[in-house]
Design a protein around this ligand. Structure first.
Ligand code: HC1
Length: 574
């Protein structure tokens, strides 16, 4: 450790720390723009400059390590003037249309300019506007709002190892771009949207489908059914003044009904159904002594990543559709039939923490109902806008129940939203499917938490050890997949029987469509909230979900039946 003095405060910190980390540790906030504590620093913007005794020029706190005896000043006339100049230069080349920007009130540049007293009206604006990249079904990249901080590049290349974005050209012409300016849709982008999470401005955001959903709701000819992903219920409260990690499914249903959806159901129901289908597929493979692993299929960012970087493992991916897509197809078949509604009049809307779900919904494979199974996907952020637009006081809206039919869920369904949750839910039911008895302790804690790769071995009587692995964030997925490849090549078998992969760090609670301020600490808190809900639910295993059993009884027959395979399974091959 070393002794440093920040604004006169003495502290002892590891010598590997940077000045900004040391200051954060004692609650001294150094203004910053390109720096984010979740990401390695790039030192691009120069806002976080500090004065160090004995150094004639200020240093960037994000990439200057502490040293023994260092005396640091974080706030002085000179520093305020430097910071203001940097922000003024950025703003004079920025599309300053804040009131209508998707990041309004959440924009880090906006709040920094405000804090520093920058008068944007008085600045010359030299921006030469260029059209936004709207090629992607999920993500819009508006370079007029880009400040060149490089966070999107860092998260895309280092955390996700997707390599869709890069710095292009040199000197004053340097800018962020896709390879050969071909647009996001023609890049390796997997639509995970982590770039939209870490973008400090509105340069990267989801393609909004809000207007189309409002239009459907207001059309008396349409029957609009809505589903909400597991992680939504633990992410809404934070935007409405409730504590981070508040569990609010019943306020969510009430808000959806007030907005005007005709039928309010729940994705968690089809999460349970997914376990029945995927669990059955897994048990069949285990019994057959399959040497290749079964890998979960519900994260669309992961599916596209597989298609791009690991197509040789495509046959290992479960054929079960994601819970969202199972819901979509059932809404236009089972539900339409039960309610006597013409499926052509049904508009199926999904509220997801995920930008890649917008891409998934439009995959041509996912139209087994005879229509596009899921019509529109709104991110959590879009749903929040919708709640605000409708003037709903979310924190105080009285709780309501969902509609019946496709809404009952178990604890297993709700933990899908946290990394390891799908695996834990699957183990709870796979055990039952093999042994015919329920697990005594359903808490599979070895697969919980934010460790990048988690492994466990489960003893299944009559079968033996089942080895499982869980990876979240695509750089972690690579570690697992490379070992699978190696195992298959050298020993003819995978080290694990069953693998869960989620594209986003933390799982869906950290999805690319989650509320602004979606850092690792918030993801951890939301994940814990899902486990808390699981603990408090009366049913915790998918195979005991009464509505799921009813769908099998009335419509599908049994798991992996001919109809179930037709409607609930697919093959993702590029
Ligand atoms: Fe997810 Fe899933 S858990 S993929 O993370 O399997 O998006 O929350 O809805 O489909 O259920 C997302 C979350 C979500 C699906 C489920």
């Amino acid at each position: 450790t070393v002794n440093v003095f920040i604004d006169g405060h003495h502290l002892e910190v590891p010598e590997t720390m940077t000045i900004i980390e040391a200051a954060d540790k004692i609650g001294i906030y150094i203004p910053r723009l390109c720096y984010h504590p979740d990401l390695p620093p790039t030192g691009n913007c120069g806002v976080c400059v500090v004065e160090i005794a004995g150094n004639p020029t200020p240093k960037r706190a994000c990439c200057t390590p502490v040293a023994e005896g260092m005396k640091i000043v974080t706030n002085s006339k000179k520093l305020r003037s430097y910071r203001k100049t940097v922000v003024e230069m950025i703003l004079s080349n920025h599309d300053v249309t804040c009131p209508t920007c998707p990041a309004n009130n959440k924009c880090e540049l906006q709040s920094l300019a405000n804090n520093l007293g920058v008068d944007s009206e008085a600045l010359p604006n030299i921006l030469v506007k260029t059209p936004a990249d709207e090629s992607s079904l999920s993500i819009i990249r508006d370079t007029n709002k880009c400040i060149g901080c490089g966070r999107c590049i860092t998260v895309c290349n280092e955390v996700q190892t997707v390599y869709a974005l890069t710095f292009a050209e040199r000197g004053i012409d340097t800018h962020i771009d896709t390879a050969f300016s071909q647009g996001m849709a023609n890049s390796p982008c997997v639509n995970c949207g982590q770039c939209t999470v870490y973008c400090p401005t509105g340069a990267l955001h989801e393609r909004s489908e809000l207007d189309a959903v409002w239009e459907a709701i207001l059309d008396p000819e349409k029957h609009v059914i809505v589903q909400e992903a597991p992680s939504i219920r633990v992410s809404l409260g934070e935007e409405f003044g409730m504590p981070l990690g508040s569990v609010t499914p019943k306020k969510m249903y009430a808000a959806l009904r007030k907005i005007g959806f005709d039928s309010v159901m729940d994705t968690n129901f089809t999460a349970d159904l997914t376990i029945m289908e995927e669990g059955t597929e897994c048990v069949t493979k285990l019994k057959a002594g399959e040497k290749r692993p079964l890998i979960t299929s519900c994260s669309p960012g992961w599916i596209k990543f597989m298609e791009t970087y690991y197509p040789d493992l495509a046959d290992c991916v479960s054929t079960a559709k994601s819970p969202m897509s199972m819901f979509g197809v059932l809404s236009k078949t089972y539900y339409a039939q039960e309610k006597g509604i013409d499926p052509a009049k049904i508009v199926s809307v999904a509220i997801m923490p995920c930008t890649a779900k917008k891409f998934e919904a439009r995959r041509p494979e996912l139209s087994d109902s005879g229509f596009q199974d899921t019509d529109y996907v709104l991110t959590t952020r879009e749903f929040i806008r919708m709640i605000k637009e409708a003037g709903i006081d979310f924190a105080n809206i009285p709780d309501e129940e969902p509609d019946e039919g496709m809404s009952f869920y178990t604890g297993a369904g709700t933990i899908f939203g946290a990394t390891g949750g799908v695996m834990e839910a699957a183990i709870r039911s796979a055990y039952y499917l093999v042994t015919g008895t329920d697990l005594q302790n359903v808490d599979i804690t070895a697969v919980r938490g934010l460790e990048g790769v988690k492994e466990a071995s489960v003893d299944v009587p009559g079968f033996g050890k089942v080895n499982v692995a869980v990876a979240h964030g695509l750089s972690n997925a690579r570690k697992v997949l490379d070992r699978v490849r190696e195992g298959l090549a050298t020993k003819g078998e995978s080290p694990w029987h069953f693998i869960e992969i989620m594209a986003c760090p933390g799982g869906c609670v950290g999805g690319g469509g989650q509320p602004y301020g979606n850092d690792i600490a918030s993801r951890a808190r939301r994940g814990l909230a899902l486990y808390e809900e699981d603990r408090n639910l009366p049913v915790r295993m998918s195979h005991h979900n009464p509505e799921v059993l009813k769908v099998y009884e009335k419509f599908l027959g049994e798991p992996n039946s001919k109809l179930a395979l037709k409607l609930l399974h697919t093959h993702y091959f590029k």
